[in-house]
Design a protein around this ligand. Structure first.
Ligand code: NJP
Length: 230
């Protein structure tokens, strides 16, 4: 399982649960030290490799896919999960922050698909799991983050339709994960474990999707903490 955004939060929790389930892992993010210590925790190079990768840079994502194939010879699951947010408001943040967020959240997902799709098509099967958001299902006021996540939701569905309608592939599955508020370093001021989902709650949803029988394609999982209304 190749995971982007594996250095913390949802990606790291999913790496731990996937390791428990027997997956060998390729962990990608920009924070090399955190990735390296997670890879070590999960069993070292035989079980988990850490690859520094900025998903907004095509060459780095291409190299990531190559490293994954070098390490393990095969990719079963691509979890395109890296992403970050922005303060709401069209006069907040900066044009550069928006650019960086859109490159990471939107193009980063498309690059991960592009870099690994040839391999999955060649082997004929596999699973793309993509982290969108509740904000990718409903529009939030002043939210460029929500704009980015609508594009991510569209990417998952466009990919699924391409596989079925253009490539006549019925074995590669596509799952969009759409979390509500999760208590992770995504937030500068974290909501706290009592007011939000935990990273492990989302990891369980990922493991649920990838452990279904081959004929079951779980397309979307929208998952809110019980307290969350909108
Ligand atoms: O947040 P966090 P989450 N290239 O900050 C990485 C979505 N989501 O686990 O590069 C490569 O702990 C970053 O690593 P680093 C959210 O939009 C969340 O909550 O070392 N990697 C880290 O590993 C995102 O898509 C909530 O800084 C890059 C990871 O991304 C996903 O869940 C709600 C990168 C972020 O981990 C995981 O976020 C929701 C880059 N350019 C959706 N930029 C929520 N927490 O409430 C960042 O609906 N990363």
């Amino acid at each position: 399982m190749l995971i982007t955004g594996a250095s913390s939060g949802i990606g790291a929790a999913t790496a731990r649960q996937a390791a428990e389930a027997g997956y060998r892992l390729v962990l990608a993010a920009r924070s090399e030290e955190r990735l390296a210590s997670l890879a070590e925790e999960l069993g070292g190079p035989e079980r988990a490799v850490a690859v520094r990768c900025d998903v907004s840079e095509w060459e780095q994502v291409e190299r990531l896919a190559a490293r994954a194939l070098d390490a393990f010879g095969d990719i079963d699951v691509v979890f395109a999960n890296a992403g970050f947010g922005a303060t709401r408001g069209f006069l907040e943040e900066s044009p550069e922050q928006w650019r960086s967020m859109l490159l990471t959240n939107v193009l980063g997902v498309a690059y991960a698909v592009r870099a690994t799709l040839p391999h999955l098509l060649e082997r004929g099967s596999g699973h793309f799991v993509i982290t969108s958001s509740v904000a990718g299902r409903r529009v939030l006021p002043g939210s460029m983050y929500s704009v980015s996540k609508w594009a991510v939701t569209a990417t998952g569905e466009a990919l699924r339709q391409e596989l079925r309608l253009m490539r006549e592939n019925t074995s590669i599955r596509v799952t969009l994960i759409e979390p509500g508020i999760v208590d992770t370093p995504f937030f500068d001021e974290r909501p706290g474990p009592d007011n939000a989902l935990h990273d492990d709650d989302i990891a369980r949803a990922v493991l649920y999707a990838v452990s279904q029988p081959a004929h079951v394609d779980v397309n979307e999982i929208l998952i809110r903490p019980s307290q969350q209304a909108g």
